[in-house]
Write a protein that binds this ligand. Structure first.
Ligand SMILES: CC(=O)[C@@H](O)[C@H](O)COP(=O)(O)O
Ligand SMILES: NCC(=O)COP(=O)(O)O
Length: 237
């Protein structure tokens, strides 16, 4: 079974639009978990345009499933993660001005940097994951950093899926096999949605967790959070 972690960045974007507290992230998180999601993901960015660092602190005592914090491990992010101590930290090499995450790590080039950061997080009892493209070489080099897991960056899958589902998933199946061969746990995320998730979960071996935000919140505008989360859980079972 693949676990569903709901990324609530987009709820924070909506809240920030008016400066008040609607939607209330604490209530939304409790509801999302009550509707069956098995994790909550946040991706605080330095400009705090959606999730703020204070949200991470506030959510720590609210999340009862798995709390996953994603981001570029700049010093302020590392300090936040070490303070909040989520269940999992996912390292993403996104530039401060990126609209959204747009690439995985070069785990060879940044090997020493990643090794140091991962050792620090693991010493604090936090599970680590590294965001990578579906490239077996990058997956194998990720294992040398000491990370527990990798998260496959699925934007290319989501883009290619409508035209050719088999070709779209093939690099991810190979990357998943590479992860299994070096003993890494496997997560995936970015642009996954209700149309493409079942095929991905079926075809990629050993998929432990998907984090889904943008599409899930958009789908919930039409069908409601409870119904959309139930639909994802059915496709992932
Ligand atoms: C790592 C990843 O793919 C997601 O965290 C994605 O970047 C969501 O971030 P935004 O909500 O800022 O697009
Ligand atoms: N790690 C991916 C994530 O949290 C959600 O990405 P998206 O579904 O908002 O593209």
């Amino acid at each position: 079974m693949t676990r569903l972690s709901v990324n609530i960045n987009k709820l924070a974007t909506l809240r920030n639009a008016r400066g008040g507290n609607q939607p209330d992230l604490i209530k939304s998180t409790r509801d999302i978990e009550a509707f069956g999601a098995q994790g909550i993901t946040i991706h605080p960015r330095p400009d705090e345009r959606h999730i703020r660092y204070q949200d991470a602190r506030d959510l720590k005592s609210v999340v009862t499933t798995e709390f996953n914090i994603e981001g570029n491990p700049i010093p302020s992010f590392c300090d936040l993660v070490l303070e909040v101590k989520p269940d999992q930290v996912t390292l993403v090499p996104d530039a401060p001005d990126a609209i959204t995450s747009n690439a995985g790590w070069d785990t060879r080039k940044h090997q020493k940097h990643l090794q140091d950061i991962i050792a620090t997080f693991k010493a604090s009892g936090i599970r680590t994951s590294i965001f990578v493209d579906p490239d077996p070489e990058m997956v194998r080099a990720a294992a040398d950093t000491g990370t527990d897991r990798v998260e496959l960056y699925t934007e290319s899958y989501a883009t290619a899926f409508p035209a050719d589902a088999e070709a779209a998933v093939l690099p991810f199946r190979k990357a998943g096999e590479a992860a299994a061969a070096v003993g890494l746990g496997l997560n995936a995320g970015h642009d996954l949605n209700l149309d493409n998730i079942a095929w991905f979960a079926q075809e990629v071996p050993g998929l432990l967790e998907v984090s889904i935000g943008h599409a899930l919140i958009c789908e919930a505008i039409y069908d409601g959070l409870e119904s959309v989360i139930a639909a994802y859980l059915k496709k992932l079972s």
